[in-house]
Design a protein around this ligand. Structure first.
Ligand SMILES: [Zn+2]
Length: 468
């Protein structure tokens, strides 16, 4: 992955390679500005004296995790038409793991506790139907998704000279569906429009044959009102059928073909007219996010999920959150996607409530008033070198402090309990996120998770060499 570089006044320069970062540090030309993600600050150069290329942040917003990719835009010339298309050289990959669920559960628990506490008031006038919500209100768990994503977009804009943004907004591009170009071999070989049509139909008809309910077999696009009888390519005239049913129906009118199955006939006719709800309804979080992206003032490209999948399939890129982000929007070629991903987990900054409760809502224990213990705080990224004993070795990860000075260290793979504070050294202060690394993808293989070892992140390596 590439390393972020700032000039001596903290303004972003083009990111550099890990090797160059090591050389800059060894020659004393740079200082470590931040460890994870690794950011360098040059001591001798300002932004005016260096060339900057167009960088783009690409986002694939999801409910559990959002993929974020920082890419350099490349011009790709189509040899057949001479048309200039956009390609991407991948610089950094991130996977932002949200905590919407924890937020929602915490609020539900709070509500239940308050209700129990306040529910036994006797002579109080009923208060209800007197609450309103502002226009555009979103539940806190969803606001958190948009907010943390924007917070990372702004961070990347601080560390790299970003000139454009891309995000996935809708599942399907409706204008591509309006007049689908699915003549002959085009939709079998997959132009973008044909691809959107197929994905849309699969979703709309539940991935099964409309005439015989067979699933898990190759499905063909079928004209309800046969083309031979003047049927159109409009999306409302298309359905999916297995090869056998398609052949059986041939050019027969649907009413004749399904004469013995009036229920199925009625269902197909109503289903055909009904647009897929999801196609138009962009979920509220994505709208909130796209508005926030536009507010940055950078040009924003909003693309469909169908196009992401089309790009991913045609370019042979495996499916992960971060690589999906790379494939969002216009993309003719992709280079250097075989990079590890930094997983950024939203952890929050601890609890405001100092009393821990059992599951009945009775006090079970108390957190300390003071958050910091022996100079460490829960959430700090630390490095512990334990010289001997059962836990001997080096542990790097997110710390959870105890007042006793015996800490727990959470790495990507495991939790090591009972590490004494005197073995610990601070790598980076808590910023509300936990960091780990997902190994790079090879072809279309499974996701391998590596622990945050001393060698896995360039930042930590620099920390080690500085200490040595
Ligand atoms: Zn069938």
């Amino acid at each position: 992955m590439s390393v972020f570089v700032l000039d001596k006044r903290g303004r972003p320069l083009m990111p550099c390679s890990e090797k160059r970062a090591r050389l800059l540090l060894a020659r004393g030309r740079a200082r470590v500005h931040r460890v994870v993600p690794f950011v360098l600050r040059l001591v001798d150069r300002s932004v005016a004296s260096s060339a900057v290329q167009p960088l783009r942040i690409k986002l694939d917003p999801g409910s559990k995790a959002t993929g974020i990719a920082l890419v350099r835009d490349m011009d790709v010339i189509d040899t057949a038409t001479g048309e200039i298309q956009r390609g991407a050289a991948v610089l950094n990959l991130f996977e932002l793991v949200h905590r919407g669920r924890q937020i929602s559960e915490a609020l539900t628990a709070r509500r239940a506790m308050r209700r129990r506490r306040r529910g036994n008031l006797r002579h109080r006038a009923p208060r209800f139907l007197n609450r309103t919500r502002a226009a555009g209100w979103l539940p806190p768990s969803l606001v958190h998704r948009a907010d943390t994503t924007m917070s990372w977009v702004r961070r990347l804009m601080r560390w790299a000279p970003v000139t454009a943004l891309s995000s996935e907004l809708v599942r399907f591009e409706l204008q591509a569906l309006d007049n689908p170009d699915i003549e002959g071999i085009e939709y079998q070989q997959g132009t973008l429009a044909g691809y959107e049509v197929r994905e849309y139909l699969l979703e709309k008809w539940g991935r099964q044959c409309a005439y015989g309910n067979e699933s898990g077999v190759p499905l063909q696009i079928e004209h309800i009102h046969a083309k031979a009888r003047g049927g159109t390519n409009r999306i409302s005239n298309l359905t999916l059928a297995c090869g056998k049913c398609n052949q059986a129906k041939g050019a027969l009118p649907l009413e004749v073909f399904l004469a013995k199955e009036p229920k199925r006939l009625a269902r197909i006719l109503t289903q055909a007219k009904r647009p897929l709800k999801d196609a138009a309804a962009v979920n509220a979080t994505r709208w909130a996010l796209s508005n926030a992206l536009k507010a940055t003032g950078l040009p924003v490209e909003l693309a469909s999920g169908g196009r992401t999948k089309f790009n991913r399939t045609t370019l042979g890129v495996p499916k992960t959150h971060a690589l999906d982000a790379v494939c969002v929007g216009e993309l003719a070629r992709v280079a250097g996607w075989q990079k590890p991903t930094v997983q950024v987990k939203c952890t929050g900054r601890g609890s405001y409530q100092r009393t821990r409760l059992d599951r009945y809502g009775f006090p079970r224990g108390h957190l300390t008033r003071e958050k910091r213990v022996y100079g460490f705080q829960t959430g700090d990224l630390i490095r512990a070198e334990v010289p001997k004993g059962k836990k001997a070795g080096t542990h790097v990860g997110r710390v959870a402090v105890r007042a006793t000075g015996s800490f727990n260290i959470q790495s990507a793979a495991e939790v090591v309990q009972g590490i004494a504070h005197r073995h610990c050294r601070l790598v980076q202060r808590s910023d509300g996120y936990g960091y780990s690394r997902i190994a790079s993808q090879k072809g279309v293989a499974g996701v391998g998770t590596a622990s945050l070892s001393a060698l896995s992140l360039p930042g930590l390596k620099a920390e080690v060499s500085r200490a040595a």
